[in-house]
Ligand binder design. Structure first.
Ligand SMILES: O=C(O)CCC(=O)C(=O)O
Ligand SMILES: [Fe+2]
Length: 308
C-alpha cells in the first residue's frame, strides 16, 4: 500500500489531521519510499497547463527540437532525444525524450562565477511561445512547496525537518518533462520508457498526466503500479537523501515499462545547494554537487562518452 497524504495536514502542525498524516507519511518515507499527496498549494489547472506546454514542445519535429539538444552543450539543460539516457546498465538506453531546466541564479550571484554544471544556463525554445514563462513559474511554485514538504516528511520520519531548511537556498532542483511515446513495436524486454532506477537526489515531486505506467519495486519482489490524477503528486526519495538520513528515508527503485498510449510526466528533482554536505555524520565529506555529477556522468549518454 502506498500512503496517500493530505499535504496541508502534514505541513501544518496545528491541523486536526496532522498526526494521522504524519503516521502515514512515516510509513511512506521510511518503509515504502513512495507516497502520494493531495491538497497542495499547486492547482490542477497549473499542472494541466505545464503538461500542455510540454506536449506541444515534444510534438515539434525532431529537427526543431535538435536546436536545444543537451548533447550540444554538455550540460543537462534542454532537450534529450530518445536514447540519450541509460539509467540501468543492464538495459538499453531509455526510449523516452526529456526536457530539463533548472535554477536561474540571480544576476551578480557569486556562485555563478564557479561555472558549476548544476547551475548551467537554461536552453529555452522559442516555441511554444509560453513555454519558458509557464515552466519558470511552475519551478518557483514547486520548489517553494517542495521545501515545506521535505521538512515535514523528514520530521515525520524522525530525521529532523529543521535541519534541511537552510540547505536549499540555491537548490540544484531540476525540472523535467518526460515524454513517453506509444511503446515502439521494436521494443524488446531490454527497452523501457525509463528502466529500473532510484532517483539520485533528495526528493522527487512528480506530476503526471494521470495515465498509468509508473511501477514501484516491492521490497519482497514484484512491482506495484502507482498513479495520481492531475493535481495530486507522487513523491519519492533519492539516493542522496537515503544516505543523508542514514536510511530513515528510503530510495526505492521504480520504472516505466512503456505505456500503450503516449504519456507525459513532470518530475521536479528537488536537490540541495551545491555545497551542502550530504554524507552522514562522521563519514568522509561528500558535497551534493559531487554526488549528483557522478551519477549524471553515468547516466547521460553524452556525458558517458565525454567522461574519462
Ligand atoms: O514517468 C514517471 O512516472 C516516472 C519517471 C521517473 O522515474 C524519473 O524521471 O525519474
Ligand atoms: Fe525516477
Amino acid at each position: 500500500m502506498i500512503p496517500r497524504i493530505d499535504a496541508a495536514a502534514l505541513i501544518d502542525p496545528t491541523h486536526a489531521g496532522h498526526h494521522a498524516a504524519r503516521d502515514a507519511t512515516r510509513i511512506g518515507a521510511s518503509e515504502v519510499g513512495f507516497l502520494t499527496v493531495y491538497n497542495t498549494p499547486i492547482t490542477a489547472q497549473t499542472v494541466a497547463d505545464v503538461i500542455a506546454q510540454y506536449r506541444a514542445f515534444f510534438h515539434l519535429p525532431a529537427a526543431q527540437k535538435a536546436d536545444y539538444d543537451m548533447a550540444k552543450t554538455g550540460s543537462n539543460r534542454g532537450w534529450g532525444a530518445a536514447g540519450s539516457e541509460q539509467v540501468d546498465p543492464n538495459a538499453n538506453p531509455d526510449y523516452k525524450q526529456v526536457f530539463d531546466c533548472g535554477l536561474e541564479l540571480a544576476k551578480g550571484d557569486p556562485v555563478a562565477a564557479l561555472g558549476l554544471p548544476a547551475y548551467a544556463p537554461n536552453q529555452w525554445p522559442e516555441t511554444p511561445a509560453d513555454f519558458s514563462d509557464t515552466l519558470r513559474a511552475y519551478y518557483r511554485e514547486t520548489t517553494a512547496f517542495a521545501l515545506d514538504l521535505l521538512c515535514a516528511i523528514a520530521d515525520a520520519a524522525d530525521a529532523d525537518g529543521d535541519y534541511f531548511r537552510d540547505k536549499f537556498t540555491r537548490p540544484m532542483a531540476l525540472l523535467r518533462g518526460n515524454f513517453y511515446p506509444e511503446r515502439p513495436a521494436w521494443a524488446t524486454e531490454k527497452d523501457f520508457g525509463i528502466a529500473t532506477h532510484t532517483d539520485y537526489g533528495c526528493m522527487t515531486l512528480l506530476a503526471t498526466d494521470g495515465s498509468p505506467g509508473l511501477e514501484v519495486r516491492n521490497r519482497g519482489g514484484g512491482w506495484t503500479p502507482i498513479t495520481a490524477p492531475i493535481g495530486e503528486f507522487v513523491i519519492n526519495f533519492g539516493e542522496m537523501l537515503d544516505i543523508w538520513t542514514e536510511g530513515r528515508i528510503k530510495a526505492t527503485p521504480h520504472r516505466v515499462l512503456g505505456p500503450k498510449a503516449e504519456r507525459i510526466s513532470v518530475p521536479l528533482f528537488f536537490n540541495p545547494d551545491h555545497d551542502a554536505v550530504v554524507s552522514p555524520h562522521g563519514a568522509p565529506i561528500v558535497r551534493a554537487a559531487d554526488h549528483l555529477q557522478a551519477r549524471f556522468n553515468e547516466t547521460y549518454v553524452h556525458l558517458q562518452t565525454t567522461a574519462s
